[in-house]
Design a protein around this ligand. Structure first.
Ligand SMILES: Cc1cc2nc3c(=O)[nH]c(=O)nc-3n(C[C@H](O)[C@H](O)[C@H](O)COP(=O)(O)OP(=O)(O)OC[C@H]3O[C@@H](n4cnc5c(N)ncnc54)[C@H](O)[C@@H]3O)c2cc1C
Length: 470
């Protein structure tokens, strides 16, 4: 790629072709090896104008541009598949304005969770849909991946908390999607089109977020179960009974073993459910209601607390990601699973994953945002054992296929990226995927933005160009 044009468009410290910069942008958290995915150049825009100038020039020259933020994606979402430019948005990290009377905040895309929480916290406000990775990921990445998190069961996902977006399209034009009004029925809802578009339709350069008042009362804790069936049935029962729970997370016995090894906690290796409650008053009544619902499911060691004790009780869930990563030095964490099913299918799906683990002789710890019917799992694989790797790949596919069969989705919150492209048609049907392609072609006819993602045919290196359309 001839990148001389970037010199004219940007300051000298705003682009790089250094090997280290290219290598950094060739992976994300879920992509260990770059496998030919390095960009040819990395740009670091400071402003909407920079983003617009680079996109317009790249589109004119047929050069792909892949937005890159903190790179915490798990499906290869920000990893270029056609070289070109990696557009790193982390320098655009200002909290621009807070309007506490409207419960609103305007931010640039590179702002991370802690900065949002700190700025909102000054007014007794918070941003409820931050993902578990909120401390290490950007709001632009969260919006582009349609992130959600532990509190989604009470507050909803990121799409529910984004009011307005400024977006730069592939041709460099700048549009505003949505409204600062909390409701609107004015034309197509383009805002939600960009949420979850994984940088394939436009680059978000500003977001107006909605905020919530901090609850007066917060309590949380943990309950152990004798069997996984009892734990998953309890989760479904809590949700179906309408308990007002702010977080409800599962850790199965295998994940508990890993967490105990990592944290040194003296907990039994048993399935556990972690709970948190938020209220302005009457929190103990809600906790009592929850305990009554749980009583049908053989709970053990039910304990709810506040403050530091609550943090202690939650430790086994909060430290789970590094615990799984470090558990078996010979077996890396592969296939970060993220399927979501209707809550009535939650227990069945987990039972299915565990049965597959036994059939395929694999270790598949299951955990995740249980109240949403979101099943996270890891498959531990020895990279030097091709047979184990093949069994893991097959088990992973079967779990996803089963989730789709029962009315769920291949990806609850991590996005399609490269990893879930092959399931798109099975989940939505060919006609629906063709409608998605039509949107892509309309907004980005030359497939400048993040080519090679989402659509199944792009696995073979195709690009979704308007001139390829029917
Ligand atoms: C330990 C761990 C825990 C996690 N937990 C959760 C969780 O609870 N919930 C959840 O939803 N996810 C979770 N994730 C996945 C990931 O952290 C989130 O999807 C996160 O929002 C990605 O943000 P990022 O800044 O790292 O974006 P990146 O990974 O850099 O990019 C994500 C996607 O957004 C695009 N993009 C980035 N910035 C922009 C922009 N400004 N405009 C347009 N497109 C853009 C990129 O091209 C890419 O397709 C977890 C990941 C890890 C490693």
């Amino acid at each position: 790629m001839d990148h001389a044009f970037l010199v004219d468009l940007l300051g000298a410290d705003q682009f790089s072709t250094a090997e280290t910069a290219l290598a950094e942008h060739a992976t994300d958290w879920g992509t260990e090896d770059a496998d030919g995915s390095a960009p040819d150049a990395v740009v670091y825009p400071d402003s909407t104008e920079d983003v617009s100038a680079v996109l317009a020039a790249a589109t004119e020259r047929g050069i792909p541009v892949t937005p890159y933020a903190a790179g915490t994606s798990l499906e290869g979402n920000p990893v270029p598949t056609h070289g070109g430019i990696s557009m790193n948005l982390t320098r655009m990290d200002a909290v621009q304005e807070i309007r506490p009377d409207d419960f609103q905040m305007d931010v640039e895309p590179g702002v991370m969770g802690p900065a949002i929480e700190e700025a909102a916290g000054q007014y007794g406000l918070f941003f409820p849909p931050l993902p578990s990775s909120g401390d290490i990921s950007t709001i632009g990445g969260m919006i582009a991946n349609a992130a959600s998190g532990m509190q989604t069961v009470k507050y909803g996902e990121i799409a529910d908390w984004v009011l307005e977006l400024e977006v730069v399209l592939a041709d460099g034009s700048v549009i505003t999607a949505g409204s600062r009004a909390v409701k609107t029925s004015s034309g197509y809802n383009l805002r939600d089109l960009f949420v979850g578009s994984e940088g394939t339709l436009g680059v978000v350069t500003r977001a107006t977020l909605e905020l919530a008042g901090r609850p007066e009362q917060i309590k949380g804790g943990r309950v152990l179960f004798p069997t996984l069936e009892a734990a998953t049935a309890a989760v479904a029962d809590i949700v179906q009974s309408g308990v007002d729970v702010a977080k409800i997370e599962l850790v199965d016995a295998e994940a508990a073993t890993m967490s105990n090894a990592y944290t040194g906690a003296d907990l039994p290796d048993q399935p556990m459910v972690f709970l948190e409650f938020h209220a302005d008053h009457g929190i103990d009544d809600e906790i009592a209601f929850c305990e009554a619902v749980l009583s049908d499911h053989d709970p053990e060691q039910f304990e709810i607390a506040d403050g530091e004790r609550m943090e202690d009780l939650w430790r086994a869930r909060k430290d789970l990601a590094p615990a799984i990563d470090e558990y078996d030095p010979d077996r890396g964490f592969r296939h970060p699973g993220d399927v979501t099913v209707p809550i009535s299918e939650y227990g069945n799906l987990i039972a299915y994953a565990k049965a597959l683990a036994a059939d395929y002789d694999l270790s598949i710890p299951c955990f995740g945002h249980a109240g949403d019917g979101n099943v996270h799992y890891a498959i531990l694989v020895n990279p030097d054992d091709p047979d184990e790797a093949a069994r893991a790949k097959e088990a992973h596919s079967r779990i996803i296929e089963r989730a789709i069969e029962v009315g769920g989705t291949a990806t609850g919150e991590h996005g399609v990226g490269r990893g879930k492209r092959e399931y798109l048609v099975a989940e939505h049907g060919e006609e629906t995927v063709e409608a998605m392609r039509a949107v892509k072609r309309a907004l980005d006819p030359t497939d400048t933005l993040n080519p090679g993602k989402i659509f199944p045919e792009t696995a073979d290196g195709e690009r979704v160009r308007a001139d390829d359309g029917e």
